[in-house]
Every structure is written in C-alpha cells, then in structure tokens.
Write a protein that binds this ligand. Structure first.
Ligand SMILES: O=c1ccn([C@H]2C[C@H](O)[C@@H](COP(=O)(O)OP(=O)(O)OP(=O)(O)O)O2)c(=O)[nH]1
Ligand SMILES: [Mg+2]
Length: 152
C-alpha cells in the first residue's frame, strides 16, 4: 500500500546535491534522512546534537504517524543512535523533521553534510477512547508482568 504524504523541501540542497528520501529497495520500510549540515560535525563520545533534515512533512491523517529510527550500521558499528531512542512524528506536525543524534560510543564520530543518519518509517496508528471501569473480567495473565511467566 502506498500513500501520498505532503512534503516540503526546506533546504534547497535536497533535490540538487542530494536526492529526496526514497525507498532503497522494493521491500524497504525506511526512508533515509540526511544531515543538513554546513560542515562536518564532530560528535564527541557521549554527546548528543539535534540535526536538521531539511524536510517537513504533514501526514494529516490521524491513522498514521512516522517514527525516526537509527540506521543499524551506524548504531552498531559507530554507536550513533538517537538521543530520544525513537522519534515520533505526529500526524499534525508541520515543522522540520529533526534527528537527535547521540554518540553512545567512547570514540568521537564525524557526521558529514548529506550523510544518511537515521530512517523514517510510516506506521499505522489506532487512537482510542477510554471507557472507565471499576474492574476487568479476569484474564489468564491478570496483573502478572515483568518476568512473571518465568525465564524458559
Ligand atoms: O525525533 C524527533 C521527534 C519528534 N520530532 C517532532 C515531531 C513531533 O510531532 C514533535 C513532537 O515530538 P514529541 O511529542 O515526541 O515531543 P515532546 O517533547 O512531547 O514535544 P511536544 O510538547 O511538542 O509534543 O517533534 C522530530 O522532528 N524528531
Ligand atoms: Mg508530545
């Protein structure tokens, strides 16, 4: 299933020096987001910085959201993950997509202008109404959690 999403280019280098986000393969779920930096940025060990993507989207459909996720290679090999672990893009957000980059490694890492730093995945959303009750009809699990089903 494909859906049209409104997109604004905020940094003119996108579409000129770097392409619009696209799915890299037929089955890709994520669209890579690029660091719209003016110069290479050295991210010290343990440091976090907010990076512009040069893009804004307006999802405009309450049954959809987008999440920003780390790229596996950067995260695993270089410790470049997200300062908020996962970024959630609300369907009514119209500002620039921002990526909180966290260098969780013990070595500095330099992010280059245009580098693909994270990925954007659109996800379905169910919004709910709460129905206030005094008690639940008992389930097999009940209130047991946090390992209550044992280890094996
Ligand atoms: O990695 C992210 C996370 C969020 N956002 C934008 C889109 C999102 O819709 C908005 C608000 O995010 P969130 O609700 O997670 O942050 P908050 O701290 O609760 O801020 P707010 O009070 O604006 O909701 O910020 C980004 O651009 N990148
Ligand atoms: Mg919020």
């Amino acid at each position: 299933m494909k859906k049209n999403i409104q997109l604004k280019i905020l940094d003119p280098r996108i579409g000129r020096e770097w392409p619009l986000p696209t799915y890299a393969t037929e089955g890709a779920a994520g669209l890579d987001l690029r660091a719209m930096l003016d110069a290479p940025l050295r991210l010290e060990a343990g440091a976090t910085t907010l990076i512009k993507t040069g893009l804004a989207i307006h999802i405009g459909d309450t049954t959809l959201a987008a999440v920003i996720l780390p790229r596996s290679g950067l995260g695993h090999k270089h410790g470049i993950v997200l300062g908020n672990l996962v970024g959630l893009i609300d369907s009514d957000y119209q500002g620039e997509l921002m990526v909180s980059c966290w260098n969780r490694s013990d070595t500095a890492f330099t992010i280059e202008p245009g580098e693909r730093i994270a990925q954007l995945v659109f996800v379905p959303v169910v919004r709910v109404d709460f129905e206030l009750v005094e008690s639940f009809s008992t389930s097999r699990r009940g209130a047991g959690g946090f390992g209550s089903t044992g280890k094996h």
